[in-house]
Design a protein around this ligand. Structure first.
Ligand SMILES: O=C(O)C(=O)Cc1ccccc1
Length: 306
């Protein structure tokens, strides 16, 4: 199995991919951008892709979420979470740095550092932190904001370590495939969905949330993303605790299907970090649903239920 990932070598994505159990022994194929990774998966050129999706400091990696919500269908099959620390990589001393480059999600996390230490430097966007380091080596920019291992991979001196504005920043990365059955439940899973509501209907979002709340399903993330149809037209990206195979998740999904303009299932997969799973509340276990279904079937057959 080949994994395409956001490259070149030296990205945080590459480091996170090494921690993904499903990628053990797999060939890692660097791609220039997030859309290129996802398109290679869609075209079947690689079996899987690996891209950043969420940062604890900056929030959503919009390129990834928008592709999942609105692009040709893909599903998430796994995730990893790693801490991210940034360095200023350059052959020049900070006083001589006139241009600095990185990926927007990285630049946003060193905003205070750049304003304080390099107030006159012109900031440029790159497709990844390691691509910025590559372009410094090529002479295009003076400095890159990148992981320490990217500076090392590209032979760039580090002018400053730990320049992130939040020392506790973490990033979440996802393993994506073409639509496929999910991995078996692990006991601590997430299910991702994109939900399109009827935007003119008052209380439509409350209706969506109710489907989860009444079945004891915890949401770990809800994000609105523009559909591109105009102002006020948004889709919701949701991460829900639980697996597609859980009876209560199945019931919530069929409930959404009935009340939403559209629902896109985006995968059930084991959580990549140590969150304690929220157990099914009383009356919401698979056994409770099976018992209730048996009871109803017996009523419909005219028998006398237990
Ligand atoms: O550019 C990289 O190295 C990435 O993997 C994307 C990224 C950028 C900044 C923080 C986390 C991930």
């Amino acid at each position: 199995m080949e994994f395409a990932y956001l490259g070149p070598r030296g990205t945080f994505t590459e480091a996170a991919l090494r921690r993904l159990p499903a990628a053990k022994g797999a060939a890692a194929v660097p791609m220039a951008s997030i859309p290129e990774v996802l398109d290679a998966v869609r075209r079947g050129e690689v079996g899987a892709g690996f891209v950043p999706i969420e940062n604890s400091q900056e929030g959503t990696v919009t390129l990834t979420v928008d592709e999942l919500v609105g692009g040709d269908p893909l599903v998430i099959a796994g995730e990893t979470v790693i801490p991210v620390t940034f360095v200023l990589a350059s052959a020049k001393a900070p006083a001589e740095i006139a241009t600095v480059a990185s990926m927007p999600v990285a630049l946003a996390q060193v905003r205070k550092y750049l304003a304080r230490e390099l107030p006159n430097a012109v900031v440029h966007q790159a497709l990844s932190t390691a691509q910025a380091a590559q372009r410094v080596v090529d002479g295009e920019f003076d400095a890159a904001v990148c992981p320490p291992f990217a500076a090392e991979a590209f032979g760039l001196p580090v002018q400053a370590f730990d320049i992130g504005d939040n020392a506790k920043a973490e990033t979440r990365f996802v393993h994506v495939t073409r639509p496929a059955a999910p991995p078996e439940p692990s006991g601590n899973d997430l299910t991702s969905l994109a939900v399109y509501i009827d935007h003119d209907r008052v209380g439509a979002l409350l209706g969506v949330l109710t489907e989860f709340a009444i079945r004891g399903i915890n949401l770990t993330r809800i994000e609105s993303r523009p559909t591109g149809e105009g102002l006020g037209r948004y889709a919701f990206f949701l991460d829900c605790a639980g697996h597609l195979a859980d009876a209560r998740m199945g019931e919530a999904l069929t409930g959404l299907r009935r009340i939403c303009a559209d629902v896109r299932y985006l995968g059930s997969y084991p959580r990549g970090h140590a969150e304690t799973p929220v157990p099914a509340p009383e009356g919401m276990t698979d056994a409770d649903f099976a018992d209730a279904a048996d009871w109803l079937a017996a009523l419909r057959e005219g028998g006398s239920p237990r």
